[in-house]
Design a protein around this ligand. Structure first.
Ligand SMILES: Nc1ncnc2c1ncn2[C@@H]1O[C@H](COP(=O)(O)OP(=O)(O)OP(=O)(O)O)[C@@H](O)[C@H]1O
Ligand SMILES: [Mg+2]
Length: 242
């Protein structure tokens, strides 16, 4: 098995707070990895560091063995990595379809001028996440939380990532919507997608992941199967206090 994404001795401080404390872990190609930890453990910060939205203070982050540190976010996206946001962040002045199409835009202006833009692909991605045709020309502000989460996924999928970082994709969703998104993630894995997923909804997370990594206070606690991690003493302390 080969690693697709590797973090080595990654440190990030916000003032006096060590949000990422010497984190080292790797993600196998094709894997679904759960990243778990209580509120404030530093899960979202790890995603922001991988995407280059925050700068690491020290350590290395590699995709396909190549260093990402120093690359701006858009170049990391081009290399095949993308994330969703815990708090959905659509562009407010564009309709739902246009939001998805931002991710489909070719890199160069020349490419854009020579190839006419095809709305079919954006529509197909919208359909694949379960967004209704009738919603495509709505303002994202009119969407329910469930549809906003689907839009987050669609925007991310539009960049054709090899690795997706999914931050609380189930928060605020009904059980039907959770089942729909879980089904979509399983399908995408069959197409070769690798993902790291953060979710407080552990029951929905469990059937989706091959392996889990637990962290607390910015620090690695343990890794293993979902059951192994949930039975770990230190994880139980961090989550349950006993
Ligand atoms: N931009 C920032 N500036 C200062 N402190 C930050 C910043 N982002 C995160 N932090 C702090 O870093 C720590 C880790 O936060 P992070 O959001 O990564 O945790 P999390 O595991 O995603 O938590 P949650 O489960 O609540 O989403 C917290 O103490 C948080 O307050
Ligand atoms: Mg978070």
């Amino acid at each position: 098995m080969t690693f697709i994404l590797e973090l080595e001795h990654v440190v990030k401080r916000f003032g006096g707070l060590v949000a990422t404390n010497d984190m080292t872990f790797a993600v196998y190609k094709g894997e679904s990895l759960g990243l778990i930890g209580p509120n404030g453990a530093g899960k979202t910060t790890i995603f922001s560091l991988i995407m280059g939205e925050h700068k690491v203070d020290s350590g290395s982050i590699r995709l396909h063995g190549e260093e990402l540190t120093g690359l701006p976010t858009h170049k990391r996206i081009r290399r095949g990595i993308a994330r969703t946001y815990q708090v959905p962040r659509p562009f407010a002045d564009m309709d739902v379809l246009a939001n998805i199409e931002v991710g489909l835009m070719p890199d160069s202006l020349i490419e854009m001028l020579v190839s006419p833009f095809d709305h079919a692909e954006g529509r197909a991605i919208a359909r694949s996440v379960g967004l209704a045709e009738a919603d495509l020309h709505r303002d994202p502000a009119e969407l329910s939380m469930g549809d906003l989460r689907k839009l987050e996924l669609a925007r991310t999928l539009a960049t054709r990532p090899e690795v997706m970082l999914l931050d609380e994709v189930f928060a605020g969703l009904t059980s039907g919507e959770i089942a729909q998104i879980s089904g979509l993630l399983k399908e995408k894995r069959q197409d070769g997608l690798t993902y790291v997923i953060v979710s407080h909804d552990l029951r929905s997370l469990e059937p989706l992941i091959d392996r889990a990594i637990a962290m607390t206070q910015g620090t690695f606690v343990c890794a293993g199967s979902y059951q192994e991690v949930m039975n770990d003493k230190a994880v139980r302390m961090a989550y349950l206090g006993h």
